[in-house]
Design a binder for this molecule. Structure first.
Ligand SMILES: *Cc1c(COP(=O)(O)O)cnc(C)c1O
Length: 341
């Protein structure tokens, strides 16, 4: 397979149209069999439910080339299950798990020329999503839906080396108690755009959101879960019904316990105790873990002992072990790696 002539190492995180995408439509109570198509555009009613009432959810995962030359994805079954939960909460029909995984496999295989080679640091980002497509003007769910998966090559996250982030404690809230924070809905992102732009305008990389009810507990950022490390090497991650269950975070918790023999606590984490942690990281598919060096709470700076130049030692071990599993250097737990080719 001839690869596309792309400068893999210098790709950013942006959309590049690729050759094929998978599309399936739901109508009269059933999904059609779906197909790979070449047209990258979507045409729909001006009154489509997704355009008026944001009835849409999405997923994000990566395909990449391992050290021994296989093309694989990481735990796509968990993306399928999470999308099932998102669809149910948004009154959308579930796209069956086996079909979701098959669609991902088909899209990667059909765009093999865009899967970055091993060692480039780049990956093929996959975006499954679903939306209410027919015209709806009174507030109600659509009854016709479209499920799609497209892909786009993206560059290495830590281009030019790791750089710990500076984040602020946000005055905005991300997700209400009993709201939609635990599902991957577009609406959670729409309302975070102002908050992230305002953080950037003030010189911060990200927002740390607190629980809206008491504003004393750490939730997550706009798109990544927190992992903390205590001074005696315990891994601590916030537990809350309104954070998005990150597949990366859940995988890192397993790695911490089963590969590194670390103690892990999933529990409420109070903002007050953050100053006592040794390390802090943000976990998600994009970076696996981005270290946080500084957290600013209304002018009060919390400087993590791990500093502003590198990952803390435990964060580094977690990062190296999980990326080692993903790249095939370290044996993966059963079912984590889905081999496509
Ligand atoms: C997608 C997402 C994450 C990260 O989840 P992964 O499955 O690890 O990529 C974390 N927080 C939010 C709000 C997200 O939307």
């Amino acid at each position: 397979m001839e690869k596309k002539n792309i400068d893999w190492g210098n790709l950013g995180f942006s959309y590049m149209e690729t050759d094929k995408r998978f599309v399936s439509n739901f109508k009269d109570g059933a999904w059609d069999e779906g197909a790979l198509i070449s047209d990258a555009s979507v045409t729909m009613s001006e009154c489509a439910c997704v355009l008026q009432y944001a009835q849409t959810c999405f997923e994000g995962l990566k395909a990449y080339t391992t050290e021994d030359g296989h093309i694989v994805t990481f735990r796509p079954d968990l993306n399928a299950e999470r999308m099932e939960a998102s669809a149910e909460r948004l009154e959308m029909p579930v796209f069956p798990k086996e079909r979701f995984i098959d669609a991902v496999v088909q899209v990667v295989a059909a765009n093999e020329a865009y899967v970055p080679p091993f060692g480039s640091g780049a990956t093929l980002y996959l975006r499954p999503y679903m939306y209410g497509k027919n015209a709806v003007i009174g507030v109600k769910p659509a009854d016709e839906f479209e499920f799609r998966v497209f892909c786009t090559p993206v560059g290495p996250y830590f281009k030019g080396g790791v750089k710990p982030l500076t984040i602020r404690v946000s005055d905005f809230d991300r997700a209400a108690p009993n709201g939609t924070g635990h599902i991957k809905a577009g609406l959670n992102y729409a309302m975070s755009l102002y908050a992230i732009m305002s953080a950037h305008r003030e010189g911060y990389d990200e927002n740390m959101y607190l629980d809206p009810k008491t504003r004393t507990k750490v939730e997550e950022t706009g798109g990544a879960n927190f992992l903390f490390v205590t001074k005696d090497n315990k891994v601590v991650t916030p537990k809350s019904g309104s954070i998005l269950p990150s597949i990366t975070r859940r995988s890192l918790v397993h790695v911490a316990k089963e590969y590194l023999g670390l103690e892990v606590e999933e529990r409420e984490v109070f903002l007050d105790e953050v100053k006592d942690f040794a390390e802090c990281g943000l976990c998600g598919t994009a970076a696996v873990i981005s270290p946080v060096g500084k957290i600013v709470d209304h002018g009060k700076e919390i400087c993590l002992p791990s500093g502003m130049t590198e990952m803390g030692p435990v964060t580094r071990k977690l990062y190296d072990t999980l990326t080692g599993i993903q790249m095939g250097r370290i044996e993966a737990p059963e079912g984590w790696i889905k081999v496509i080719k």
